[in-house]
Every structure is written in structure tokens, then in C-alpha cells.
Ligand binder design. Structure first.
Ligand code: NAD
Length: 487
């Protein structure tokens, strides 16, 4: 692996900064430092704002079809470089190559392509009012600020910038300090595709950088993907200048398996909802409610398939399907939750330990972990763990399981497995969650709006409505008669 220093990307190129304020990025599978990153200081952030404002002047005046053509080229370049970019994602996050090569870059490119195709169709309205009339224009907001989490670095950078740029805004993006490379690579690609300098700047650093830009009066909107606690801080800071916010936050989502479900399919869903990306997915269905009459069969197959089919190993190995957690600190946190689960009386039926696959002796791996006999009030059922830890509960009554599923401060996702078509829609209609799946889990196409209810978020990403959330409506009233007044 290369040993280099990643710089801030401003105004179409990498900018030399203050190397004394650098931090390390480690490969989570080995703990090895793979590169260093220069933290943006105040002068650098002001430079990013100045350049973004200039970029916005140009980009917002570029016709939407032309913006679309450029963004489509960026999506093409992302796809052409899929394998190279996927490898960076594996090195930064520790997730399995087999996922990154199929999902991370592709779903990012999908969103850019989707919004590029949508942008030229965004139309205002016109309405007569007597002999006069008015019309509306959807104008971009200005310079938007995107803040990313570490679990899907390039996908998050793509999803945020796709809608923002398609609508004619400029964006300054701050990736997570744990995974800073994907956004920088995206900036290179946007520039190569023809996005004008300054329209997508990437600043590097931790919460300090996030705080400065969130509070800055020249930023029109902040879109965060992160924890609920961070969301509260960012929203409070944005309130100082009444910025618009989009908040994509955490969850503790329920997955309900009814007695008429295809049990094998439900097990597939539960494993996807807990072990994909080693459990570091915001929409994870970590509270699995299984109807008592299918519980024994469900647990038998779940444990059997977890034992047989989960391959923990060096993430770049194509056979590995469970990688390393992001950091040692996070690994310890996940292990503490597992300990708490045991102390509070949940029955550990599988996993529960740190592991060190061959060649990854210093990596941050945790076994896929399954708890049975859980109660909704246990810590492991209330707090987001963000690791491969599944909590299984039983139920008999539909109303009761709906009540328990909603008994959480979060509201990101929910799912049901059932073959009763009426029950499926009846139960989903009662779920207090923004992203719901019926006999499926995890699919999130660019066409589908995603976001949270309750503490899981505000606003949406992807889907038609998101494009408009990066615009403001201007109403223009046109008087056709000579203006009469009382003066
Ligand atoms: P985090 O909240 O610790 O950090 C997210 C980002 O916010 C980072 O870039 C961080 O540097 C920045 N940040 C931290 N404090 C800040 C502040 N005061 N002001 C401005 N920026 C600040 O989250 P994380 O650990 O990187 O990611 C995991 C979390 O993200 C989980 O809770 C997960 O559920 C959530 N997530 C949500 C979605 C979604 O779409 N809803 C998707 C992925 C991850």
C-alpha cells in the first residue's frame, strides 16, 4: 500500500496545506497506517468557500441540459474506474471487496446519473390570476455543505453531490476523517468530466472542520450523514444562520417475521439486515421479531447458515463476506455492547468475540453475533450498535409486535416478511419509519427517496423530491394592467 499525504481538493486541484496538522488513516483489517491526510485549517476553509462561490456563479448559469451532460460523464468515469475506487473503499473501511466492487461505486454513479437525467425536467409553474399571472422558478440555494459518515464514503459523497450539483448548486464536502479518500477521488472525476472549478471542493478533517463550515454564513444548506448526537449539534449550529438541513442519521430498525413467511427468505433478510458491511449500515434491522410458531425453525436455520456461510477474512479476498470494523475504538464499543447484552440477560447463541483472521492479526474484526431471548428494553435493543449484532425477540400478536417495533426513538427503516398481502401493507402502514421493505431488505435504488422518521432524520436523499430540496422557489407576479393604488 502506498504511503502518501492526501491534500484538500479546492478549485479543481489538490492544494498544499499545513502538513503539521496531518492525521493517519489505517487499513482496518491490519491496523496499518496507509496514508496521511492534511486537516483543513481556517484559511483553507475560507479558500474553499471563496472558490465555491465563484464556482456557483458559473454552474448555476449553466443550462440544466449541459450540467446533465457533464454529470453523466462523471457517472461514466465512476463506472469505468469501479475496481480502482472499490479497492480504495475496502482499504479505507475494511468492508469486503465482494461488496465494494458490486455496490459502493455503482450506487453512487446511479444517483449522479439519475439526478443528471432529472434536472432538465425540473419546471416551474404558471397560473393566471384574473388578467395578471404569476410563475415560479426553482433556483439553486448557493454553496451547500455535505458531511459524510465512514461506512459508505464514496456513495455518500455521490448521493449528496448528485442532487446538489444537478440542481445548480456548488458543494463543499467533508468526508469522515476515517475514510477521506473516496470524496477526493470523486472531486478528481467531476473535474475531469467538466464540472467547473470550485463547484465540488473537498475539505479534510474532523468535527472542527464540520463545525466551522456548518456555522459559516456563506453556506446555504448542510446535509449530514452521521449519528443522531451529531445531527442535533449540526442542526443547532445551522440554526444560527437559519440554514436548511438534511439529516441522515442512525437507526434501530425492526424486522418482523410473521408465521406465514418463507422462513428461508426471512433468514436471508435477517442476515442481510445485520451482517452486511459487518453490520455498519444505518438501516440495519437489528431488532428481529419472529412469530413464536416459526421461531425454532428460524433460529435453527439462522445459526446454521451463519456458521456455514459467513466468511471472515482479509477483505480483499473475494471469498470474504464479513470484513473488519472501522477502528479499534469502534470494535471495543461493539464488544462492550455484546457484554452488556449478556449482563442484561440476553442469550448469546452465536459469536460474541473479537477475531483475528489469518494475515489480519491486528485487525478490528468481530464475529457475527446473535442474541436470543431479548427484550425491547435491553440496551442492545435500544441503542444503535453499528456492528454485526442481531437481537431476536418473539411475538404472537400483530398489534403487540407493531407496538414494540415502534417503541424506539429512531425511525429509519422497518421490514416485514409475510406472504399475506393485506397484512404486509397493513403493518407497514403502521411502521414509524421512512424506509420500509416487504419481503426484501436493504435495496435502495436512486429512484427511491430515503430518510428517517423521528430521531433518524429530516429530509430525504435520492428520489424526485430531493432535487427540489436543493432549490428555493421564487414566485414572480406579473401585472398586465396599469397599477392602481390608494396613494
Ligand atoms: P458521526 O456522527 O460520528 O460523524 C459523521 C460526520 O460528522 C463525520 O464527518 C464527522 O467528522 C462529522 N462531525 C462530527 N461532529 C461534528 C460537528 N459537531 N459538526 C459538524 N460535523 C461533525 O458518524 P459516523 O460514526 O461517521 O457514522 C456512523 C453513523 O452514521 C451511524 O449513526 C449511522 O447510523 C449513521 N449513518 C446514517 C445514514 C443514513 O442515511 N441515515 C447512512 C450512513 C450512516
Amino acid at each position: 500500500m502506498t504511503n502518501f499525504s492526501l491534500k484538500n481538493f479546492i478549485d479543481g486541484h489538490y492544494v498544499n496545506g499545513d502538513e503539521s496538522r496531518s492525521f493517519d488513516v489505517r487499513y482496518p483489517a491490519t491496523g496499518e497506517v496507509i496514508y496521511r491526510v492534511e486537516q483543513a485549517g481556517e484559511a483553507m476553509m475560507l479558500q474553499a468557500i471563496k472558490s465555491a462561490k465563484q464556482g456557483f456563479e458559473k454552474w448555476s448559469k449553466t443550462p440544466a441540459v449541459e450540467r446533465a451532460r457533464i454529470l453523466q460523464k462523471a457517472a461514466r468515469l465512476l463506472r469505468e474506474r469501479n475496481d480502482e475506487l472499490a479497492k480504495y473503499e475496502v482499504q479505507d473501511t475494511g468492508k469486503p471487496w465482494q461488496e465494494a466492487v458490486e455496490v459502493d461505486v455503482q450506487t453512487g454513479a446511479d444517483s449522479i446519473e439519475y439526478f443528471a437525467n432529472l434536472a432538465p425536467s425540473m419546471m416551474g409553474a404558471q397560473q393566471p390570476v384574473g388578467d395578471d399571472f404569476f410563475y415560479t422558478r426553482h433556483e439553486p440555494l448557493g454553496v451547500c455543505f455535505g458531511i459524510g459518515a465512514w461506512n459508505y464514503p464514496i456513495q455518500i459523497a455521490c448521493w449528496k453531490s448528485a442532487a446538489a450539483l444537478a440542481a445548480g448548486n456548488a458543494m463543499i464536502f467533508k468526508p469522515s476523517e476515517e475514510t477521506p479518500r473516496g470524496a477526493a477521488k470523486l472531486a478528481e472525476i467531476f473535474t475531469e468530466a467538466g464540472v467547473p472549478d470550485g463547484v465540488f471542493n473537498v475539505v479534510q478533517g474532523d468535527a472542527e472542520v464540520g463545525r466551522f463550515l456548518t456555522a459559516h454564513p456563506d453556506i446555504a444548506k448542510v446535509s449530514l450523514t452521521g449519528e443522531v448526537g451529531t445531527g442535533k449539534k449540526v442542526m443547532a449550529a445551522a440554526a444560527g444562520t437559519l440554514k436548511q438541513v438534511t439529516m441522515e442519521l442512525g437507526g434501530k430498525s425492526p424486522l418482523i417475521v410473521f408465521d406465514d413467511a418463507d422462513v428461508e427468505e426471512a433468514v436471508t433478510g435477517a442476515m442481510m439486515a445485520n451482517f452486511y458491511t459487518q453490520g455498519e449500515v444505518c438501516t440495519n434491522g437489528t431488532r428481529v421479531f419472529v412469530h413464536e410458531s416459526v421461531y425454532d425453525r428460524f433460529m435453527e436455520r439462522l445459526v446454521e447458515r451463519t456458521r456455514k456461510n459467513i466468511v471472515i477474512g482479509e477483505p480483499m479476498d473475494a471469498k470474504t463476506n464479513l470484513g473488519a470494523l472501522i477502528s479499534e475504538k469502534h470494535q471495543q464499543l461493539v464488544l462492550e455492547y455484546i457484554e452488556k447484552g449478556k449482563q442484561e440477560g440476553a442469550k448469546l447463541v452465536y459469536g460474541g468475540n473479537a477475531v483475528t483472521p489469518e494475515g489480519c492479526e491486528n485487525g478490528y474484526f468481530v464475529e457475527p453475533t446473535i442474541f436470543a431471548d431479548c427484550h425491547n428494553d435491553m440496551t442492545i435493543c435500544r441503542e444503535e450498535i453499528f456492528g454485526p449484532v442481531m437481537s431476536v425477540m418473539t411475538f404472537t400478536d400483530e398489534d403487540e409486535v407493531v407496538r414494540q417495533a415502534n417503541d424506539t426513538e429512531y425511525g429509519l427503516a422497518a421490514g416485514v416478511f409475510t406472504n399475506d398481502i393485506r397484512r404486509a401493507h397493513r403493518v407497514i402502514a403502521q411502521m414509524q419509519a421512512g424506509i420500509c421493505w416487504i419481503n426484501a431488505w436493504g435495496n435502495s435504488p436512486a429512484e427511491m427517496p430515503v430518510g428517517g422518521y423521528k430521531l433518524s432524520g429530516i429530509g430525504r436523499e435520492n428520489g424526485v423530491e430531493t432535487l427540489k430540496s436543493y432549490t428555493q422557489t421564487k414566485s414572480v407576479y406579473v401585472g398586465m394592467e396599469t397599477l392602481q393604488g390608494p396613494f
